[in-house]
Design a protein around this ligand. Structure first.
Ligand SMILES: Cc1cc2nc3c(=O)[nH]c(=O)nc-3n(C[C@H](O)[C@H](O)[C@H](O)COP(=O)(O)O)c2cc1C
Length: 142
């Protein structure tokens, strides 16, 4: 089974997690690279885009998503959503794609984000294989 781990990371936490996950799963790794990268300040100033579920351009992903059996998307949470760069990847998903999310939040409260992702995935005719909040999981284990 071919698995692809895709991730966007602003400050490195998600990148670190995604790299380890790809190694563990024996998966290919795809970094979503912004066309215009933002820092924390601009991401915060433009948070309305994130809240509205807008998409910001990413560089061509250079991978045929149809060729992977399972896509795992690792993403930070911004304002109870995924960042607009991740929304851009969601727009590219082929119908029928199986998608699993790993959310790297600050607080571990990902309820609203889960609902929004479920809607977005259903809207694309894709299959949601799971949404896991890594912080929440850590807290539950400790
Ligand atoms: C613009 C912005 C908005 C954020 N909003 C949330 C939020 O709503 N809930 C939350 O738990 N964490 C929030 N965070 C924290 C990040 O999700 C958290 O620090 C994450 O680990 C960052 O991942 P990264 O290092 O891969 O960028 C926000 C961070 C940024 C920059």
């Amino acid at each position: 089974m071919k698995t692809l781990v895709a991730f966007y990371s602003l400050s490195g936490h998600t990148k670190k997690y995604a790299k380890t996950l790809a190694q563990t799963e024996g998966a290919d790794l795809l970094e979503l690279r912004p066309v215009k990268a933002v820092g924390k300040v601009v991401a915060t100033l433009r948070i309305a885009d994130t809240v509205k579920g807008k998409a910001w351009d990413i560089q061509p992903i250079g991978t045929d998503l149809r060729a992977c059996d399972q896509l795992i998307i690792c993403s930070p949470i911004w304002a109870n959503n995924v960042p607009p760069y991740v929304n851009r990847l969601l727009e590219l998903l082929p119908a029928g794609q199986s998608v699993r999310f790993k959310l790297i939040s600050g607080s571990g409260k990902s309820g609203k984000c889960r609902e929004r992702l479920a809607q977005a995935i259903a809207g694309k005719g894709c299959k949601l294989a799971g949404v896991e909040d890594i912080q929440e999981e850590k807290r539950r284990r400790n």
